[in-house]
Design a binder for this molecule. Sequence first.
Ligand code: PHE
Length: 321
Amino acid sequence: MNEFIQLQDQITKEFKTVDSANQANHFKSKFIGKNGILTELLNQLKHLDAESKKKHGYEINKLKNLVTSLYSSFNENLDQSESIQTDYSIPVYVNKGSLHPLTLAIKQIHEIMQNFGFMYELGPSVEDTYYNFDALNIDHNHPSRDAKETFFTANNVLRTHTTAVQIRALESQKYTNNFRVYSIGDVYRRDDDATHLPMFHQIEGFVIDEEASIATLKYFLLNFLRKFFENDNISIRLRPGYFPFTEPSVEVDVKFENGKWLEILGAGIIRKNILSSYGHKNGFAFGIGLERITMIKFGINNMRNFVTNDYPWLQNYSSRR
Ligand code: PHE
């Protein structure tokens, strides 16, 4: 009898160490498998007298039932914990992010500009007034130097345009002979109404090349815009404009199938006094408003949508790459 009490101890002890389906199977066959301990004991019964056979048989079967019920209780728990892990019936809010339309546009512009052989320059958002104004012929009486128009810090300015990057790139003397440089970045002006944000973005590009002219500028811009809008049917027109750092200067409008002209950028031939300071002779430059062309491209009619962080609105662009 003692033997059966010991066996029962062994069974319950060993069951406590079982923590995988594999171990549970092993536990079961160790006791009641073909060569299991309890199976062996049952086989031995035939050597006993009738009285002992009955008693032992009873005890062994009790232990067999113990093993079986422990084994199945383990599997039941296992099933339950597995079904919790894989319960697809609970509604899940899949908080999958998507790229902001301005980010999508920036990615595409990097691709286009690099295919056109332009080198990227970053430039700081908080800019020295020298690069933002003086080096670009913007003198002290220019309206953009007024605190009503522009954000000044103690000694600097939140850049009002990415044209400042042109001067930094030229000054660095990193580029020699014919070259093309572009920048994409945040710019700041004291404008805040339905169609203006105090912070927006510009794409700046300039080409130093003896062939640079209004004609090559127009050719480049037309191709850039056709790529950006993924539309070969657009046309552009150049109107005379004024910038202190280009001469001649132009304002560029774009026309889509609907026949309406939309102004989207400023450009021109870089002034000789700027170029000659850095040992160059000829070049063109342009500055494009990123928000404006992105709104046109995606049919966005309120510029404020870019900054209100409205999740469902942002999701509209999640299918774009
Ligand atoms: N910097 C000008 C602006 O902010 C755009 C421009 C860039 C014009 C380069 C000419 C050449 O409007």
